[in-house]
Ligand binder design. Structure first.
Ligand SMILES: Cc1cc2nc3c(=O)[nH]c(=O)nc-3n(C[C@H](O)[C@H](O)[C@H](O)COP(=O)(O)OP(=O)(O)OC[C@H]3O[C@@H](n4cnc5c(N)ncnc54)[C@H](O)[C@@H]3O)c2cc1C
Length: 202
């Protein structure tokens, strides 16, 4: 396989010999944390700098926060994850600072991701790969939310997309339901007539 850009077009040749010609190629190759310095310092590396729930590395005097660290996520039974999202980096920075000062607080936030793509806003609360079933709620104006449910019916993630702020409020409520480890009825999640706030009270 090969990829060649002559300035006018991008010509991609697949391993099977097929050629694809395009104006532009966007290459999504993922991201890896640069953890060499931490490894040289003797810190445990496990998909980034491995920290505990208080963001402390295996050296009790060294903390890590944000994209560079993996940590146990309480809301998913302590599953070790590394997140690449600004709110997590911001919250963990503050949490690490508090814990350096002796607060002893465990990380408890539900992952939340946001991105604006042209006229659309994408928001995701939770980790959708924890889900087995999906329920869709249409919000009108092309906006919709996919609720991801675990096998036992627990809400584990919600992915929403729509113009402007269309999905923001419901994703915020979904985040609270996820934090509560709620098991809302799929019919209620799928019906725009049922207010998500009423499910929180249940
Ligand atoms: C193209 C792109 C688009 C993104 N879009 C979104 C989005 O839409 N929504 C969202 O939530 N998140 C998004 N993110 C992710 C978000 O930017 C990151 O999660 C966030 O910036 C992580 O913050 P951080 O402080 O952990 O790390 P960083 O922002 O990477 O900061 C780490 C800093 O440490 C510095 N550094 C590294 N090594 C050393 C060293 N040895 N000595 C001194 N300094 C060092 C680096 O130069 C850098 O300034 C995006 C990221 C990228 C790359």
């Amino acid at each position: 396989a090969s990829i060649a850009d002559d300035g006018n077009e991008v010509r991609t040749t697949l391993a099977g010999g097929r050629e694809i010609v395009a104006d532009l190629a966007i290459v999504g190759i993922g991201a890896v944390p640069v953890a060499g310095l931490a490894a040289e310092a003797g810190l445990t590396i496990d998909n980034g700098i491995a920290v505990d729930a208080e963001l402390r590395s295996c050296d009790p005097d060294i903390f890590a926060a944000g994209d560079c660290c993996s940590f146990p996520l309480a809301v998913y039974g302590g599953r070790r994850v590394r997140l690449e999202a600004w709110r997590n980096a911001q919250e963990q920075g503050a949490l690490a600072a508090r814990n350096m000062l002796g607060a002893g607080e465990a990380h408890a936030a539900v992952p939340w991701f946001w991105s604006d793509q042209y006229g659309l806003s994408l928001q995701i609360a939770g980790l959708s790969d924890e889900g087995k079933n999906t329920v869709r709620r249409d919000l009108g104006d092309g906006a919709f939310i996919l609720f991801h449910l675990a096998e036992d019916g627990r809400l584990v993630a919600a992915s929403g997309i729509g113009p402007g702020n269309a999905v923001a409020r419901d994703i915020r409520l979904a985040e609270m339901l996820i934090a509560k480890r709620a098991k809302p009825a799929p019919e209620a999640l799928g019906s725009p007539d049922v207010k998500l706030k009423s499910l929180l009270a249940a």
